[in-house]
Every structure is written in structure tokens, then in C-alpha cells.
Design a protein around this ligand. Structure first.
Ligand code: FES
Ligand SMILES: [Fe+2]
Length: 422
């Protein structure tokens, strides 16, 4: 358990809070590049701040305050110009550095006042990587957006999936270092949801947790496995500070505010060797529902939807004074301890864990990947189909989240060279 003071410390993310300051040291994925094909403005709430993400007609992305500094109009209802975003109320224009570059009436009738030079709007750097748009709300010097190696893998179909989860980000991230839940929440519960009574999944016999430069690795041995198994030898990654990385996909838990989290998934599906060479022209992005419209209950059919149920079920902010941690929760204790000691590090003016500033270090940053051979070198269709995890998607569809739009399913099937019956 955690005392109330530490529970608050770890879960409050707003401006000026210790954990908010720590999380602002990291780039956060907030949108997909392809979302800006049909629109030029997206409202973003991140770390308790309401912001406007836009791409101007010149193609530059900007992230600025949601409210105009003139009389506070909502800039997500503004419109973009060649350079910058214009407020639709009285036409003030802002660039991506937060400068006010035009005030149509004042420029004409009161030019001697230099009024616009005195105006500044909050603005934050935005960068595109891996088809995602990343935002940085922290202090200078700005670190690099991590160039995780899957972003440059070839012959794969990538999709980006969002979901709004109505609870604090920290309980979502604790799930990233909780291997045991896989057996119950995903294997056994899925079985029961299909009205089958068994047999239940092989049980976990052994768990291990190790820290490395970019997070923690968790390893598992289940019945029928040995220490030669890749899920023990290589393991999976709780990626710092707010993601899970399983080899074929990342899941970021992006703190919207204390009570809300944006789930961002980046999923890579290697095409069968018969489809190579494959070059993806466009990384699609979609937003999945979390509730069943008819029943009003949470959707439970897909892996991450099941996780969402665990997270929101813990309460808006989990009351960790009431929990009872056992030996399978050792990783969770390590995670909390690392965050608490990183809070001390930044208070001393040092960088917290996993900040990358050296461009050399940031070239296709290598991570533990259990299925590395298949994901980087490829496999035939038959080999993929035989794979216990990677093959299922070919036959059963996107496993992680409910609501995949038909056009994304078709693009996936075209990439894979299949057409599933619907
Ligand atoms: S409120 Fe934005 S220009 Fe007046
Ligand atoms: Fe899970």
C-alpha cells in the first residue's frame, strides 16, 4: 500500500505539481499525423492544460493555448493561415512560437502602439515521429523525441489507435508491469466471456523484474515453459515513463489530467514474406469506443478494452491506501520507487530516467523484443499463422481494441494479402 500523501504525489499531474513537473520532461504522443489530412485543428488536453494543436497551410504544426489572449475565445474554432492560427473572433494571428503576428484592427488603426509585440500565448514544441505527433511541455533544453527502433522497421502495416479512459494515468501505467493479469484478465476471462468453462490458461510459475535504461523488463514462466522461452529470456517492457512495449506494439498512457488518460496504441504488423516488399503509404489512426452503446457497460471483447475495465474499475484515482500488494506486485513497487526517486533527482536539477539528448544514442533505439526475428526479418504466411501471438490477427482481426473502422481493416488486409469474410 501507499500512504495518502504519496498516492497524491504520484497521481497529480497539473502544472506546478511535482509529478506534473516530472512528466513534463518527456515527449508525449497526443495525435496522429494522418488525423490532419481532413482537419487542421485538434483540441488537446494534456497534463491538465487545454491546448490547440494545428497544422497551418505551410505545413507547420503548432501547439498553443486553447484560449485567445485577447478576450479568451476558443482557438480550436479558429482557422489556419499560411503561417499560424487565426482567432475567429477578431482575427488575431499566432505562430507556433506563441507570437502574435497580426492584430488586424490594431495594425491598421493603432500601429504605433506595438500592441502585438506585448502579447504572448503559451506554445509548446511539436514533432512528428512514427506517424505520431509528440508534444513537449517541459523546461529547456528540450530533449529528443525517442526514436524507438520499431519506428524504422520495414515491411509492416502500422496503425494508431486512441481511446479516452476516465481515470488517472498512473494506475494505467502500473498495468504495464503486471504480467500476472494476462493469465486472468485476458486468457481466462476471455474464455469465460465466450461461455466456455475451461480449460483455464497455463498458470504463472515464476515472475522476474529488472530495470534497464529505458524502463523495466518483466519476465514470466508459465506452466509448460522453460527458462529458454523468449518471454523469460527477453521479456516484455514497461517503457519509461508511461508506456508498455510488447515488441509488436506500444501502448502509451498519456495523462490528460488527474482524472483522464488518453490511451495511444501504435501497432506494427509484419506482412507475410509473400507480400514483401511492402511500403506503407499512410499510417491510419482511429479512435475506439470504450462503452457498449446499448447496455452502457464497458466493452470487454478486446485486450485493451479489458485493461481499460481494470483501470477505471480501480476508481478515478485508485485509493492505494486500501490495497494489499503480494509477490506478483514487486514490479509495481519498483516502478513507484523509481518515480519517487526521480522526483528527488529533478529537484536537484538532474535529468530523470530515460531522457535522451544525444543524437547518436537516439538512432533507432534498441529495445528488448521477444519476437525480434519475425518482426525484423519476416516470416512466411504459414510461419506467421503458426505463431501463437502474431498469427491470430491474420485470422481473427485486430485483437487490441474494439471498433476498428472498415477502411483500416481493408488496408490491413490488403497489406497482408488476405480478405477475411465478414
Ligand atoms: S478573442 Fe481572439 S481575437 Fe479577439
Ligand atoms: Fe492487459
Amino acid at each position: 500500500m501507499l500512504d495518502q500523501a504519496n498516492n497524491q504525489l504520484l497521481t497529480q499531474v497539473g502544472p506546478g505539481t511535482p509529478m506534473g513537473n516530472l512528466l513534463r520532461r518527456y515527449w508525449m504522443p497526443v495525435a496522429a499525423v494522418s488525423e490532419f489530412e481532413g482537419q487542421s485543428i485538434k483540441p488537446v488536453r494534456l497534463l491538465g492544460e487545454d491546448l490547440t494543436l494545428y497544422r497551418d497551410l505551410g505545413g507547420t504544426f503548432g501547439l498553443i493555448d486553447r484560449h485567445c489572449p485577447h478576450r479568451r475565445a476558443d482557438l480550436t474554432y479558429g482557422f489556419v493561415e499560411q503561417c499560424g492560427l487565426r482567432c475567429s473572433y477578431h482575427g488575431w494571428l499566432f505562430d507556433e512560437h506563441g507570437r502574435c503576428t497580426e492584430q488586424p484592427y490594431e495594425d491598421l488603426c493603432w500601429p504605433q502602439a506595438d500592441f502585438k509585440d506585448k502579447i504572448r500565448i503559451a506554445s509548446y514544441p511539436v514533432e512528428a515521429k512514427g506517424g505520431l505527433l509528440w508534444a513537449y511541455l517541459g523546461p529547456e533544453p528540450v530533449p529528443l523525441v525517442p526514436d524507438w527502433e520499431p519506428f524504422s522497421w520495414t515491411n509492416g502495416f502500422v496503425q494508431i489507435v486512441f481511446a479516452d479512459v476516465a481515470c488517472n494515468w498512473f494506475q494505467c501505467q502500473e498495468n504495464s508491469i503486471d504480467p500476472l493479469h494476462f493469465e486472468w484478465m485476458h486468457m481466462n476471462w476471455s474464455l469465460r466471456l465466450e461461455d466456455r468453462l475451461g480449460p483455464y490458461s497455463p498458470r504463472h510459475l515464476k515472475l522476474a523484474f529488472d530495470e534497464f535504461d529505458y524502463g523495466f523488463i518483466y519476465r514470466r514462466i508459465r506452466e509448460g515453459m522453460s527458462e529458454e522461452d523468449l518471454l523469460w529470456k527477453v521479456g516484455r517492457v514497461c517503457l519509461w515513463p508511461n508506456a508498455l512495449f510488447t515488441g509488436d506494439h506500444f501502448e502509451w498512457r498519456v495523462p490528460v489530467d488527474d482524472d483522464h488518460t488518453l490511451s495511444v496504441t501504435w501497432a506494427f504488423s509484419r506482412v507475410p514474406r509473400e507480400q514483401e516488399p511492402y511500403v506503407q503509404q499512410r499510417i491510419p489512426a482511429w479512435h475506439g469506443p470504450v462503452r457498449d452503446e446499448q447496455s452502457g457497460r464497458w466493452i470487454s471483447s478486446h485486450i485493451m478494452n479489458q485493461d481499460f475495465i481494470a483501470w477505471v474499475g480501480q476508481g478515478t484515482i485508485a485509493d492505494r491506501t486500501q490495497e494489499h500488494l503480494g509477490p506478483s506486485d514487486r514490479g509495481i513497487l519498483m516502478l513507484r520507487k523509481r518515480f519517487l526517486s526521480d522526483l528527488e533527482l529533478i529537484a536537484r536539477g538532474e535529468d530523470p530516467k530515460a531522457i535522451i539528448r544525444d543524437p547518436e544514442q537516439n538512432r533507432s533505439v534498441r529495445l528488448p523484443v521477444a519476437e525480434r526475428k519475425i518482426l525484423t526479418q519476416g516470416a512466411t504466411r504459414q510461419e506467421l499463422l503458426r505463431h501463437p501471438l502474431l498469427g491470430k490477427q491474420l485470422t481473427n482481426g485486430f485483437p487490441f481494441q474494439a471498433g476498428q473502422p472498415d477502411e483500416v481493416r481493408r488496408a490491413y488486409e490488403d497489406a497482408m494479402g488476405i480478405r477475411r469474410a465478414r
